[in-house]
Design a binder for this molecule. Structure first.
Ligand SMILES: Cc1cc2nc3c(=O)[nH]c(=O)nc-3n(C[C@H](O)[C@H](O)[C@H](O)COP(=O)(O)OP(=O)(O)OC[C@H]3O[C@@H](n4cnc5c(N)ncnc54)[C@H](O)[C@@H]3O)c2cc1C
Length: 418
């Protein structure tokens, strides 16, 4: 098969790869760009298996890439949906304290939200909470009116449509299996043939670390896959939840705790939990992958992480195996919910980067090598923030690859440089 040439090759047609490609078509329209994707459609993994929440920017450390890109990204996402007539809803959410110990943490969350410029935050007493969510029980709650819902698969499909119309190409069934350099050119071997590209952006999600390693770059990060399982609330029980009901999160852990999410199609989900998945694309019912499990077990950071969080891990596993335990966690917020209201739902796998010391990398994280940018950690709220992340990456390209820069906003300098 003849080699194909491109100026820029993006690996992965999830929401981050596609948002980056879309920004390239707007800012660098003369670049000949190809996106390669191993599956036969866009949004096949994290992007198509998430909660569909347009996060507000409440939770993230002030000044972090997550905080900045989420607040701006949520506004950009809603604008995009309006412009492209994609159904979305600004339904708002409540974060509910059900114990006295959670009250100071709820206050801190409000302060953080204010510092992050999340609009309209309001602390609610029990009666005010019941006006918004009549079946929800709690000592107090934080109302976040700007939180919304959308179907990110539809958003990703729209990004792909616009990329195509602007002359960008997405090649499916093109799993990247090799990456090397030939002078100033990157040689990218895929199942759909070999591409020679001046620049490469690695947006491979659950396999972003594997692609980084293919280039010979050593990072101390490894992706540890965490599966999130959902239950679906039966139609008869949907009236128990008007919009989004979340617990106060455990600050030691990057996940938000099982919550109720109304979807844009009107269904209501409960979840996701956070389970170690011994397979990167290990959805419910998929058996573990021995090679990938060994990769996790051989990584020193895994054992250090397990040492720090084993209690939380066991509790999550127990809740996964024992449905009444899962239901009990949800009943703290909605006591009328019964086990019979819930049926098995879907699942998604989060790509969470962990360092050699067992720390779960909290912020978005990028690594550069010569003519490549590796998107090494873009967990939630990256779907919300995708349009802003796309801009960040094109800013980095302009800076690192000496390309013209058209963006008026200030450039970010928080990314790791090798
Ligand atoms: C359970 C769950 C709930 C979430 N809820 C939310 C939420 O409510 N709101 C929110 O903002 N975020 C949420 N997130 C996070 C969000 O979904 C992700 O941060 C986002 O989708 C990441 O996008 P991505 O493009 O980096 O990854 P992905 O969507 O996983 O895309 C990566 C792509 O790369 C491809 N690929 C991998 N390896 C190769 C290879 N070798 N060659 C070619 N292609 C390759 C994959 O097939 C995939 O299509 C959630 C995530 C999960 C898992």
């Amino acid at each position: 098969m003849a080699h194909r040439e491109a100026d820029l090759l993006i690996i992965g047609a999830g929401i981050v790869g596609l948002a980056t490609a879309l920004e390239v078509t707007r800012r660098l329209p003369t670049l000949h760009m190809v996106v390669v994707e191993k599956e036969n459609h866009v949004a096949a993994h994290q992007t198509g298996h998430n909660s569909g929440v347009i996060h507000s920017g409440l939770y993230y450390k002030t000044g972090s890439l997550k905080a900045r890109n989420c607040v701006a990204g949520a506004a950009a996402m809603k604008r995009f949906c309006q412009e492209q007539s994609i159904p979305y809803e600004e339904c708002g959410k409540v974060v509910v304290a059900t114990t006295r110990e959670e009250l100071p943490r709820l206050e801190q969350l409000q302060q953080r939200g204010i510092a992050n410029t999340v609009p309209g935050l309001r602390m609610l007493q029990r009666e005010q909470l019941r006006e918004i969510e009549p079946h929800c029980e709690g000592l107090a709650a934080l109302h976040v009116p700007s939180t919304g819902i959308v179907d990110y698969t539809v958003v990703a499909q729209e990004y792909a449509e616009l990329i195509g119309r602007a002359g960008g190409e997405i090649v499916f069934n093109a799993k990247v299996v090799g990456l090397s350099e030939d002078g100033a050119t990157n040689v990218v071997e895929t199942r759909a043939g070999t591409f020679r590209a001046r620049y490469v952006i690695n947006c491979a999600g659950l396999y972003s670390d594997a692609i980084t390693r293919m280039t010979g770059v050593q990072t101390d990060l490894q992706i540890i896959p965490f599966r999130g399982e959902y239950y679906e609330v039966r139609p008869e029980g949907r009236s128990l939840v008007k919009a989004l009901i979340y617990p106060v999160p455990d600050p030691r852990f990057p996940f938000l705790g099982v919550h109720f999410t109304r979807r844009v199609n009107g269904s209501v989900e409960a979840g996701p939990n956070a389970l170690l998945a011994f397979r990167r694309e290990g959805y419910t019912g998929t058996p573990p992958d021995l090679g990938e499990a060994m990769e996790t077990l051989r990584f020193p950071g895994f054992w250090k992480m397990a040492g720090k969080h084993w209690q939380m891990g066991l509790a999550e596993q127990y809740r996964s195996w024992v449905k009444p335990a899962f239901v009990k966690a949800l009943q703290r917020m909605v006591p009328e919910l019964t086990e019979a209201d819930l049926t098995q739902g879907g699942s998604g796998v989060r790509a969470q980067a962990v360092d050699r010391n067992g720390n779960l990398v909290d912020d978005f994280h990028f690594v550069h090598s010569r003519n490549m940018i590796h998107v090494c950690n873009v967990p939630s709220p990256a779907a919300t923030a995708s349009l802003e992340i796309g801009k960040e990456i094109v800013d980095m390209m302009a800076e690192r690859f000496n390309l013209p820069r058209a963006r008026s906003e200030p450039t970010v300098s928080h990314h790791a440089k090798l």
